[in-house]
Design a protein around this ligand. Structure first.
Ligand code: HEM
Length: 529
């Protein structure tokens, strides 16, 4: 016979278990947090995201439709507050700027590569960040520095065009992303070390850069630190990669130190080659020069070699993929749309002719070039989120609680996908940004209002936005003036499908054929290489 007490016990246990599951699986909407998708006990929404096997940005794009402008996701032990609406993003990043200007906790792997958050992008909002960012701005993007780096841009653009010619002659097509990455990276390396670096070393550095980006992508232990001991192998691999990175870059730091020690004097051979690289910038003009004497608060005395390598790597990793991605998308549209390509070519030639060097001042007189670049950033923002932010203390946004230990993720792609802000948002149309177009006076820094924000907004806005844009404009103007761009022989038009690879890039990387503008036929290209 069934004992009534046993039945009662089983039923009570089942009810309690159901209540526990409901309580544990509720992600948002509790304790004043924004609402969010229900998750599983302990792991929250983590495995729901992983099991979808698609980039996080697409998961967020769908959740935005259901949960609106601000929602919560619980990813293992981490709480993510996702903000998707232009007004709320503006409220957080600009109006309440300092409150949302910090960065969340980092995983052991990321801490290894940032030497304990000693970079501009990773430092928490405070004195260390302020000192590093102030130095970065003074040494890399201040007008005298940008002017002083002009030799680097001229050298890098020349090498870029030569590489394109050689590759086309050898293979019948050029790979846009690979070539642009290499050229942009070479500019940034030279900014850091003031030296002309041989192509083979640039390739090595760029490969390490890519591996570091892969290695520091969020992984399971980032969300479930409890599991870290199970991922020891990963940490060992990270340490090996860090050694490789130091192996590439530390010799450049040492060579520069040596050069400065001698006051930048020529050596016994009558040149400025130190450690196999030719020093081009005068003492004090390379980014690393400023770091030798820097004593940022919170790091003890002078920075060590480890930190110098880290701060220089930051410049390359922050600036390479972002700029190369924008260039690839812009060139894809120019290949797809010969009329726009001709219009751009016409503008460049009418301002500078077919042979003169294109300068920084020249691109400022080219509204169509600027419109092409802005429309590319609008339609294809290299990143669909800014870097993760964190509040400096528990606060509120949009009427919800935002705890200081949550990651605040700003999904910025929706700002430019929203048809209420941008009519026909899927269409790439540079004319939007010309006089009379709906984007003509758009403030790209988002200070007044947010209509696009490829560089973020507020305190943590990209400090090198103008430099990044300048590199893109100069490379585009030169590539379009030098060559006509068409699909490779026997291939159809480029495929605009996108995918996520650190930035949002073309799934099938752009390959194109080039026709020399000044000689007018493909055979001449082969002969000249
Ligand atoms: C043109 C391409 C570029 C794009 C689209 C871009 C975009 C961004 C974005 C979205 C952020 C994050 C803002 C935030 O967290 O709120 C950022 C931060 C940053 N970018 Fe850029 N960037 C570009 C080029 C560069 C270049 C060329 C450099 C270096 C020379 C650079 C250095 C940095 C640094 C140091 C930060 C961290 C700022 C901070 O946390 O205070 N970026 N960038």
């Amino acid at each position: 016979m069934v004992d009534m007490n046993d039945v009662l016990l089983v039923v009570s246990a089942a009810v309690l278990a159901a209540m526990w599951w409901r309580r544990c699986s509720k992600t948002g909407g509790v304790d004043g947090l924004p609402p969010g998708p229900p998750g599983w006990p302990v792991v929250g929404n983590l495995f729901q995201v992983i099991l979808q096997r698609r980039p996080f940005m697409y998961v967020v794009r769908d959740l935005r439709e259901k949960y609106g402008p601000i929602f919560t996701m619980r990813m293992g032990q981490r709480t993510l507050i996702v903000v998707t609406d232009a007004e709320l993003i503006h409220e957080a990043l600009v109006k309440q700027g300092p409150m949302f200007a910090s960065r969340p906790e980092d995983s052991p792997t990321r801490l290894l590569f940032s030497v304990g958050k000693c970079t501009v992008n990773s430092a928490p909002y405070g004195p260390l960040w302020r000192a590093l960012r102030r130095n970065f701005v003074a040494e890399i993007v201040s007008p005298p520095r940008v002017k002083g780096f002009s030799w680097i841009r001229e050298w890098a653009v020349g090498s870029h065009l030569r590489r394109l010619r050689a590759e086309f002659a050898a293979t019948g097509a050029v790979r846009m992303m690979a070539n642009c990455r290499l050229s942009i990276c070479s500019i940034l390396i030279c900014i850091c070390f003031g030296a002309k670096i041989p192509d083979e070393l640039i390739v090595d550095i760029e490969e390490v850069l890519k591996d570091v980006m892969m290695m520091t992508m969020p992984k399971l232990p980032d969300f479930l630190p409890l599991l870290t001991p199970l991922f020891r192998k990963q940490l060992t691999e990270a340490r090996n990669l860090r050694r490789r990175q130091l192996g590439c870059l530390a010799p450049l730091v040492r060579a520069r130190r040596e050069f400065l020690k001698d006051g930048g004097a020529k050596n016994a051979d009558g040149n400025t080659v130190v450690g196999g690289v030719e020093m081009m910038s005068a003492p004090g003009e390379a980014y690393v020069d400023s770091l030798f004497d820097l004593e940022p608060p919170g790091r003890g005395k002078r920075l060590g070699e480890d930190e110098l390598v880290t701060l220089c790597s930051e410049v390359m990793s922050a600036g390479t993929d972002t700029s190369a991605t924008a260039l690839e998308w812009a060139m894809m549209h120019l290949v797809l749309d010969p009329a726009v390509q001709e219009k751009l070519y016409g503008e460049v030639v009418s301002k500078v002719g077919t042979t003169a060097r294109i300068t920084e001042a020249d691109v400022e007189t080219m509204p169509y070039l600027q419109a092409v670049v802005k429309e590319t950033f609008r339609r294809h923002p290299p990143s669909h989120f800014v870097l993760s932010h964190a509040a400096t203390r528990d606060t509120e946004l949009g009427g919800y609680r935002v705890p200081a230990d949550a990651s605040v993720e700003f999904y910025t792609a929706w700002v430019t996908e929203n048809p209420e802000t941008w009519p026909d948002p899927e269409t790439w149309r540079p004319e939007r940004f010309l006089e009379g177009g709906e984007g003509f006076d758009t403030d790209i820094t988002g200070t007044r209002a947010l209509r696009m924000m490829p560089f973020g907004a507020g305190r943590r806005i990209c400090p090198a936005a103008t430099l990044g844009v300048l590199h893109i404009q100069l490379m585009l103007a030169n590539m379009v003036r030098e060559f006509r761009w068409v699909p490779p022989a026997g291939e159809g038009p480029p495929d605009p499908t996108e995918t996520f690879a650190f930035t949002v890039v073309m799934k099938n990387p752009l390959r194109a054929a080039i026709v020399e503008r000044r000689r007018g036929d493909l055979a001449a290209v082969a002969a000249s290489a």
